[in-house]
Ligand binder design. Structure first.
Ligand code: MTE
Length: 322
């Protein structure tokens, strides 16, 4: 008999795992979070980086998929998307998923400040429970020319902007990643301009594609992918997609992002995907799919031009694709 095994993204782990095992695992992970089990990130069993849905917002997932945002590509295997990462706070290589388990994500305070009616600090759990959650399948294209296709859960960034009530002078949103010196060994690499900063114009932040992701593959976002909340802008290179955000600052000044600060000639503010504009050190014409290494042609705006090209009309003098 042919038994069709569901792929990882089709069912949440709690549906696939007997409840007793699932609950015990949650207890175990809670124990680690509370420090009651003497495990450090490096001594956690292999596979813990794939553990999702153990946190206090696990009840929110899975959320309904919005059918307007699906793509024709095969979904990337969950194990690949969760173990091949860029998160320089934990190391300047792709295998940071274990090290990232040390990051503390509760309590998690989000600051909304700058040019807003009333600056606030809000607990992540309170914030996420106010937001309209949905799932969207998006392509994702790293500037290094690898690509994946993943189901993000989260909310349109526009909902956060509406919640923040920016003043009319606000032109940009600057975002900042947490700095945890004791859990993030990368912060000791003093030559990097920590903290990780990214920014969007108000038109980009409120574009319907722009998401604040709080989950992936139908469960809470794992730490290595930017828990508890990260930016998703599928038409831009991956480095714009800042992880583990602690601050949203509305400002009239264009933010200088982390990578722009390191090398503005290679990593600009706009960073829109374009196969015809090579990175100074490599072509962007093709991308390598994480699933099988297949090389496929890159598309302008990563295939999302219908949604975003209008934002950039009249801005041809800007380095929109770098
Ligand atoms: N955010 C922070 N704080 N630190 C980082 O190093 N790397 C960026 C982006 N966000 C990064 C970050 C880059 S270069 C990429 S390609 C994506 O995260 C990778 O996201 P993923 O690991 O979920 O695939």
């Amino acid at each position: 008999m042919l038994i069709r095994r569901k792929k990882g993204w089709e069912i949440p782990e709690r549906d696939a795992t007997p409840e007793s095992i699932y609950k015990n695992r949650r207890q175990f992970l809670k124990g680690i979070a509370a420090g009651s089990i003497g495990a450090t990130a490096s001594s956690l069993p292999l596979g813990s980086a794939l553990a999702q849905g153990s946190g206090s917002t696990a009840d929110l997932y899975p959320v309904d998929r919005n059918p307007a945002y699906t793509v024709e590509r095969e979904m990337t295997e969950k194990s690949k998307a969760l173990t091949y990462n860029n998160f320089y706070e934990f190391g300047s290589h792709k295998s940071i998923s274990q090290a990232a388990q040390a990051m503390r994500i509760r309590p998690w305070t989000v600051v909304i400040d700058g040019l807003v009616e009333k600056p606030i600090e809000i607990d992540f759990e309170e914030l996420v429970r106010k937001m309209p959650l949905e799932e969207r399948v998006y392509r994702f294209r790293c500037v290094e020319a690898w690509a994946m296709t993943v189901p993000w859960s989260g909310f349109p960034m526009k909902a956060l902007v509406d919640f923040a009530k920016p003043l009319s002078g606000a032109k940009y949103v600057e975002m900042e990643t947490a700095s945890q010196k004791d859990t993030m060994p990368g912060l000791r690499q003093f030559w990097y301009p920590w903290p990780y900063i990214e920014g969007l114009t108000m038109a980009e932040a409120t574009n319907e594609l722009t998401m604040i992701a709080t989950g992936i593959y139908g469960e809470e976002l794992p730490k290595q992918n930017g828990a508890p909340l990260r930016l998703v802008t599928p038409w831009k290179y991956g480095f714009k997609n800042i992880k583990s955000i602690v601050r949203f600052t509305f400002t009239d000044t264009r933010p200088k992002s982390f990578w722009e600060d390191i090398n503005a000639d290679e990593y600009g503010f706009w960073a829109n995907v374009n196969p015809e504009v090579p990175h100074p050190r490599w072509s962007q014409a093709y991308e390598r799919l994480l699933n099988n290494g297949e090389s496929v042609p890159t598309r302008i705006y990563n295939g999302y031009g219908d949604y975003v090209a209008d934002i950039y009309k009249g801005m041809e003098s800007e380095r929109l694709f770098m």
